[in-house]
Design a binder for this molecule. Structure first.
Ligand SMILES: [Zn+2]
Length: 306
C-alpha cells in the first residue's frame, strides 16, 4: 500500500501551472469540525442547484456562505493525497489506507438508495451511505474519516465533474469551473504520537467502537463539545492509565487549566485526521490565483436519489 505522501499543496499549485500569488486560503479549522454531510441532509439543507444554459450539468454558485474565506496562514505540512487503490475483490474493488487502517469499499448500488430512503434518523442514513459499502462494516470511523470515505465512495460511484459558478474577488467577473471530486478530496493528519504537555502524557488511538462514537457525537450539539468528545474518544491512556471510562476522560479534559488545554489541543489539531478540500483556481479573466475550499458539493448524491 502506497501512502503516497504527495505534497498535495504543490500538486494543487502545479495543476494550473501558474505562479500567481495565493492570498485567499480557506482553513478547515477545528471549529468547523464535521457536522457530517448526512446531518446536513437531515436538516434539509439540501444543496441548491441553479440551471445553466451553457451545460446540462448542475452548477453551484459559490458565495460567502459556502466557500468561507479566511486570510489566515494555512499550515499544509500535514496535507496528503491518499490515493485510491484497486483490490482483487470482485465487490469491494477500492482500497484506501488511513494510518494503519485499511478501508476496502465498493461503489454505491441501487439497494443503497433503498436503504438510505428507508433509514430512520442520521445513524441509519450514515450506515446506508458508507458502512454498508465497506468490506468490514464494523470499521469505526471518526466524523472526518467518515466524510472523507463518503467523498471517495461518491468519487468512484459517479464520475461526473461538479460545476461551480465562481466570482473573482480581484476583477469581480464570473466564470464556471468543473472539478472532479477526487481531485479536491485531500486530507491532513500525522501519525499518532503521545501528546506531552507539562507533566501530562496522553496516548492516542483510532476510534474503537463505532456505535459508541456515533451515539456520543450525536448527543452533543455544541461545536466545542463535539471537538472535546471526538478527542476523548481517540484517547488510549492518560499518564499511562488506560482503564479510564469515557466520562473520566471528559472530566479530565474539562478540569485542565486553560493554558494546558490550549497546548494539548494545538498538538491534537496537527495529529487528528481532517478533510481538506482545497483547489487552486486561476481566474480566466485576470489570472488571479485563489484557493477555494470546496467542501460543499452540489449534486453530491446520484440524480436518481433525489
Ligand atoms: Zn479575475
Amino acid at each position: 500500500m502506497d501512502l503516497s505522501n504527495v505534497d498535495a499543496f504543490e500538486r494543487i499549485k502545479n495543476k494550473f501551472k501558474n505562479n500567481g500569488t495565493i492570498e485567499e486560503v480557506l482553513v478547515p479549522a477545528h471549529k468547523n469540525i464535521t457536522e457530517s454531510k448526512i446531518e446536513e441532509n437531515d436538516s434539509k439543507e439540501v444543496i441548491e442547484k441553479e440551471s445553466s444554459n451553457e451545460s446540462s450539468n448542475e452548477i453551484k454558485t459559490v458565495n460567502e456562505s459556502n466557500v468561507e474565506r479566511e486570510n489566515e496562514e494555512l499550515d499544509l505540512t500535514n496535507v496528503v493525497s491518499l490515493q485510491i487503490e484497486e483490490t482483487d475483490d470482485p465487490v469491494f474493488k477500492y482500497r484506501i489506507k488511513i494510518r494503519d487502517k485499511v478501508i476496502e469499499f465498493r461503489k454505491w448500488k441501487v439497494k443503497d438508495r433503498k436503504d438510505f430512503s428507508a433509514a430512520q434518523g442520521s445513524l441509519e442514513k450514515r450506515k446506508a451511505l458508507v458502512y454498508n459499502c465497506l468490506k468490514d462494516p464494523n470499521t469505526a470511523l471518526d466524523n472526518e474519516e467518515y466524510n472523507f470515505i463518503l467523498e471517495k465512495i461518491r468519487a468512484v460511484s459517479i464520475k461526473d465533474e461538479i460545476g461551480y459558478n465562481l466570482q473573482c474577488s480581484n476583477c469581480g467577473k464570473k466564470f464556471s469551473l468543473y472539478v472532479n471530486i477526487n481531485d479536491v478530496t485531500d486530507c491532513a493528519f500525522s501519525d499518532y504520537h503521545p501528546i506531552e504537555v507539562e507533566n501530562i502524557k496522553i496516548e492516542l488511538q483510532d476510534v474503537k467502537n463505532r456505535d459508541f462514537y456515533e451515539s456520543a457525537m450525536k448527543v452533543v450539539k455544541d461545536i466545542n463539545e463535539k471537538y472535546i468528545t471526538d478527542f476523548a474518544l481517540h484517547i488510549k491512556s492518560i499518564n499511562d492509565n488506560n482503564s479510564l471510562s469515557f466520562q473520566d476522560v471528559v472530566n479530565f479534559i474539562l478540569d485542565l487549566d486553560i493554558d494546558i488545554y490550549e497546548k494539548i489541543f494545538k498538538e491534537w489539531d496537527l495529529i487528528r485526521f481532517k478533510c481538506v478540500n482545497l483547489q487552486s483556481v486561476i481566474c480566466p479573466h485576470c489570472n488571479k490565483e485563489t484557493i477555494y475550499n470546496f467542501n460543499d458539493f452540489p449534486g453530491f448524491f446520484p440524480k436518481s436519489w433525489n
